[in-house]
Design a protein around this ligand. Structure first.
Ligand code: DLL
Length: 442
C-alpha cells in the first residue's frame, strides 16, 4: 500500500443532538434529569442519605431549575465511599474502572458500564470532530494511558470517530518525535504543556515544529490560555482546540471546542447539565455569563450517576455558537484549590501565563515559587521563567522588569522575577505542576 500523507477531508456529519433546538434539548435534559435523580436515589445509599437529610425527594424535580434544591456531591464524598460505594450497578456490570492519581489523599474511583463507555466514546468523537479531526485521519494520542481517563478516553473516541489511533501515551519525548516524523499523523492529542515540551524538544533536535504533518491539536486536562494557543499554533503551524472533562463526571469529552469558531468548549448538554455557583456561597446559583464554580449533573450515566458535582473549576457559561443549543464554557481561569492567596490577593498561574506570553523575550516555561523568608511574616512569590533562546542575557533584564510591573498592575501582587536559562525548568509530561509552595506548613 502506498502511504497516504494527506488525510481525507470528508465533511463532518453531526450527531442529531448537536443540531436540535434549545427547547428540545431542555426537554430532553428534564426527562433525563428526572430519571437520573430517581435512579441515584434508589441505587446509591449516599444519595438517598443526602437527599433525605436535605429534605428533598426525586419527585421534587419538576422543572430544570428545581435541580438547585438538591445537595451537592464533592470529591470528599467519593473518597469516603472509596472504592465502589458510589457505584449504582453491581460490580459485574462495571466494564471499566478509572481513578484519579490520589496525590492529595485517597484516590477517587470511577466506573463505567458498557453503555457508559459507548456514550463516552461518542462524546469524545464528537469533540474531536468539532475540533477538526475527521474519520480516516491518523491521530497521535499522547495523553497518559492507565487509570487516568485521558489516554483511554481519547483513544476510544478517536477510534469511534473512525481514525487510525497511535497510542503512544505520555512521556518518552524523543520517541514521540520519531513517530511524528515517521507515521505522519494529522492530529495530536496531549496536554498543552506536553505539546510544548514536544515542540521544544523538536527545536533542540534541529527539527522545525512547523514542518511536521500535524494539522490539528486537541488539548486539555489542565488550564491554558489564548496566549498559549497562539504560541502553539504559530510554532507548530496547527489549529489547536480545547477539550475539557473530569473523571468524576466522565473524563475528556464533557465539552469540546469547534475549530471554526475557537471560542471555548461547548458542553455536551444532552449528557450533562451544567450550573455555575458562587464558590464562596454555594447556595447561590449564578446566571449565564457570571463567573463562578462549575457544577455538573450527569444525565445518562449508569455506573456512576453524579448529582451536582462541585468541580472546583472556575469559569462561566456562555451562549452556544457553532452548536447553538449547547452552551459554551469560558476558559477555566483556575481551580479554586489552585488559587494562590498572596497577601490577600488571589492569583492563578494562568494569569501569569497570559501576561508572560505577551512579553517577546520570555518563554512559556515558568513556575511559581511561594516562600516565607525566615523571620518574616509576609509570603513571597518568585516567578521563575526561562528566557527565549533568541534573546541575550542583557536583553532579559528589562523583560523581567516589565513582567514584574505587569503582574503588579493586572493581578495586584508584588513579586520577584527570576529569568533563568532555556531548558533549566522542569518540563511537562502531562499535567504540569506550576506552583511550588515552600512556605512552612501552619
Ligand atoms: O483531566 C480529563 C481530561 C483528559 C480532559 C484529557 C481533557 C483531556 P482529571 O484528571 O479528573 O480528568 O482532571 C480534571 O482537569 O477539573 C480541570 O481542573 C482540569 N481540566 C481538564 N480539562 C481542562 C481544560 C482529566 N480543557 C481536571 N482546561 C478538571 C482547563 C482542564 N482545565
Amino acid at each position: 500500500m502506498t502511504q497516504e500523507t494527506v488525510a481525507p477531508t470528508s465533511e463532518a456529519v453531526l450527531d442529531r443532538e448537536e443540531t436540535i433546538s434549545r427547547d428540545e434539548l431542555e426537554a430532553l435534559q428534564l426527562s433525563r434529569l428526572q430519571h437520573t435523580v430517581a435512579y441515584a436515589y434508589d441505587r446509591v445509599p449516599l444519595y438517598k442519605r443526602k437527599f433525605d437529610e436535605h429534605g428533598v425527594h426525586p419527585t421534587d424535580l419538576r422543572e430544570l431549575s428545581d435541580l438547585g434544591k438538591f445537595p451537592f456531591t464533592t470529591k470528599e464524598d467519593l473518597r469516603l465511599e472509596y472504592p465502589f460505594g458510589m457505584f449504582a450497578v453491581p460490580q459485574h456490570e462495571v466494564a471499566r474502572i478509572h481513578a484519579s492519581s490520589g496525590t492529595t489523599g485517597r484516590a477517587t474511583v470511577v466506573g463505567y458500564t458498557k453503555k457508559d463507555l459507548a456514550d463516552w466514546a461518542k462524546l469524545v468523537a464528537r469533540s474531536l470532530r468539532a475540533s477538526g479531526v475527521r474519520p480516516g485521519m491518523k491521530v497521535h494520542n499522547a495523553y497518559g494511558y492507565g487509570l487516568f481517563t485521558g489516554g483511554m478516553g481519547a483513544h476510544a473516541g478517536a477510534e469511534a470517530l473512525g481514525c487510525t489511533v497511535i497510542p503512544i501515551s505520555g512521556g518518552q519525548t524523543e520517541r514521540q518525535i520519531t513517530l511524528i516524523q515517521d507515521f505522519k499523523p494529522d492530529a495530536i492529542l496531549a496536554t498543552p504543556t506536553y505539546l510544548l515540551t514536544i515542540a521544544d524538544a523538536m527545536m533542540k533536535q534541529g527539527i522545525d515544529p512547523a514542518s511536521t504533518s500535524l494539522k490539528y491539536a486537541v488539548l486539555g486536562a489542565e488550564p491554558w490560555t489564548e496566549e498559549m494557543r497562539h504560541e502553539l499554533e504559530v510554532m507548530m503551524n496547527i489549529k489547536a482546540c480545547d477539550i475539557y472533562g473530569l473523571s468524576e463526571v466522565m473524563g475528556p469529552g464533557v465539552a469540546g471546542e469547534a475549530v471554526e469558531t475557537q471560542d471555548g468548549s461547548h458542553i455536551w448538554e444532552d449528557h450533562f447539565r451544567p450550573e455555575i455557583i458562587d464558590a464562596f456561597d454555594p447556595s447561590v446559583v449564578l446566571g449565564d455569563g457570571e463567573p463562578g464554580e462549575l457544577v455538573f449533573t450527569s444525565l445518562t450515566k449508569e455506573a456512576l450517576p453524579i448529582i451536582r458535582y462541585r468541580t472546583k473549576d472556575l469559569t462561566r457559561l456562555l451562549p452556544g455558537t457553532a452548536r447553538p443549543a449547547h452552551r459554551r464554557m469560558g476558559r477555566i481561569t483556575g481551580r479554586s484549590d489552585d488559587m494562590i492567596i498572596l497577601r490577600g490577593v488571589n492569583l492563578f498561574p494562568s494569569q501569569i501565563e497570559e501576561i508572560a506570553l505577551r512579553i517577546p523575550e520570555l518563554s512559556p516555561h515558568f513556575q511559581l515559587e511561594l516562600t516565607r523568608p525566615e523571620g518574616q511574616r509576609m509570603d513571597q512569590l518568585t516567578v521563575k521563567i526561562e528566557r527565549r533562546e533568541t534573546v541575550t542575557v542583557e536583553g532579559v533584564a528589562s523583560a523581567a522588569k516589565v513582567l514584574q510591573q505587569q503582574i503588579k498592575i493586572h493581578v495586584g501582587s508584588s513579586c520577584t522575577v527570576d529569568v533563568v536559562e532555556p531548558g533549566s525548568l522542569e518540563r511537562s509530561n502531562g499535567k504540569l505542576r506550576r506552583i511550588y509552595d515552600m512556605r512552612p506548613k501552619a
